[in-house]
Write a protein that binds this ligand. Structure first.
Ligand code: PGA
Length: 248
């Protein structure tokens, strides 16, 4: 059985490098004692290099779709790769809300895989879409557009994070049985489009130490993308421990 992956997405919540390093070192130590779980840190861009130097697996929280050029303020996937970053979150709902369209997300995925980074593609429906019975249609649209025309030779590994928008940062996690069903739908669809790569599907949205076990005990759910709880040392350490213990 492969290791579950638990990603700490600090978002823009920390105010100093010291805080980010302190959390990452703490989780790294914990993770060393836990053979069945892999910890990945997604700190602010500015601290990625320092976290890489700790020997922690890292993800950037986003990137641009060009490697270089006149793009003031953007972050190059090529530079991320050169820094030793391994993953890149693409299409987080907080980025979609700020203007990342399906077309932009597709371009970012292509740029990321071209540089040998592993994309963590985030998909999820809003509460309105769920209540009006559009969930599967929305997810299908997001996935097919994000993965359109990706050269199979460039994509060897993909993580899909199912994050219902209404569950992010609200304390209202999706019901694990419902998440499992939705994630089966996502995985089947993704496998039809991406036939060659290793695909992992993880859950995100108000994950905490109380509910993590209900998600990762399901075979299909290969880990979690954790926001708020990743800022709380003991809580996140517990999440790692539980994910480890249920993956034997
Ligand atoms: P949350 O965030 O755990 O605070 O809900 C998850 C995410 O946005 O990735």
């Amino acid at each position: 059985m492969s290791n579950k992956i638990i990603i700490a997405n600090f978002k823009m919540n920390l105010s100093s490098k010291e805080e980010a390093i302190d959390l990452c070192q703490y989780y790294q130590q914990k993770d060393k004692e836990l053979p069945n779980v892999d910890f990945i840190a997604a700190p602010d861009f500015l601290w990625l290099e320092d976290v890489v130097k700790l020997g922690v697996a890292t993800s950037s929280q986003d990137c641009f779709f060009e490697d270089s050029g006149a793009f003031t303020g953007e972050i190059s996937p090529m530079i991320l790769k050169n820094l030793g970053v391994q993953y890149c979150i693409i299409g987080h709902s907080e980025r979609r809300r700020l203007g990342d369209t399906d077309e932009i997300i597709n371009k970012k995925i292509k740029a990321v895989v071209k540089n040998g980074l592993i994309p963590i593609l985030c998909v999820g429906e809003t509460l309105e879409q769920k209540q009006s019975g559009q969930k599967e249609e929305v997810l299908k649209n997001q996935i097919t557009k994000a993965l359109d025309n990706i050269p199979p030779s460039t994509l060897y590994s993909l993580v899909v994070a199912y994050e219902p928008v209404w569950a992010i940062g609200t304390g209202l996690a999706e019901d694990p049985e419902e998440a499992e069903k939705t994630m089966e739908f996502i995985l089947n669809l993704t496998k039809q489009i991406i036939t060659e790569a290793e695909i992992k599907i993880i859950y995100g949205g108000s994950v905490d130490a109380v509910n993590i076990g209900n998600f990762v005990s399901k075979n299909i759910i290969q880990g979690a993308l954790v926001g708020g709880s990743s800022l709380k040392k003991e809580e996140f350490a517990k999440i790692l421990e539980i994910a480890n213990s249920l993956n034997k």
